[in-house]
Design a protein around this ligand. Structure first.
Ligand code: ZN
Length: 141
């Protein structure tokens, strides 16, 4: 069976990371799926999702690393098309990727103790965001 739910939230702008593990776990619980997978997808080309130990150090380090690899200050081809100042945002989001799949076992997300699902805002201003959670699997085996 398939169950789908959208998470909606406001971000505070560039570098904002949000722990969405509890919201995804809630969607899994609501789905009733016992064995399967939870697919988590960030809608929009300037945001991404991933897995990390969600603690202050890494919540600082990851956006900082992205800004070092793909600096906001550099000139990107995207600017010549749109002049919207977010060439780095698109590239950072693409580098991380828009989705993750997390196994569901015995009705729960299979995650390490220090492994959380995050959403990261790569755009330069606060945005209203949507994350689609699709839970696929069997209710009972
Ligand atoms: Zn743009």
């Amino acid at each position: 069976m398939a169950y789908q739910q959208q998470l909606r939230f406001q971000t505070t702008g560039h570098r904002h990371m949000r722990d969405i593990t509890a919201e995804v776990a809630e969607a899994v619980a609501r789905s009733g799926v016992r064995t399967g997978v939870a697919h988590v997808f960030a809608v929009g080309s300037t945001a991404a999702v991933g897995l990390i130990e969600f603690e202050p150090g890494l919540v600082h380090d990851l956006p900082e690393l992205l800004d070092r690899l793909i600096p906001p200050s550099r000139q990107y081809g995207h600017e010549q098309t749109w002049h919207d100042g977010n060439g780095h945002s698109h590239l950072q989001a693409t580098l991380l990727g828009p989705s993750v799949g997390v196994p569901v076992s015995e009705g729960r997300l299979v995650l390490g103790t220090w492994q959380q699902i995050f959403h990261i805002e790569c755009d330069i201003r606060p945005r209203q965001r949507t994350v689609v959670v699709t839970v696929l699997g069997e209710k009972d085996l």
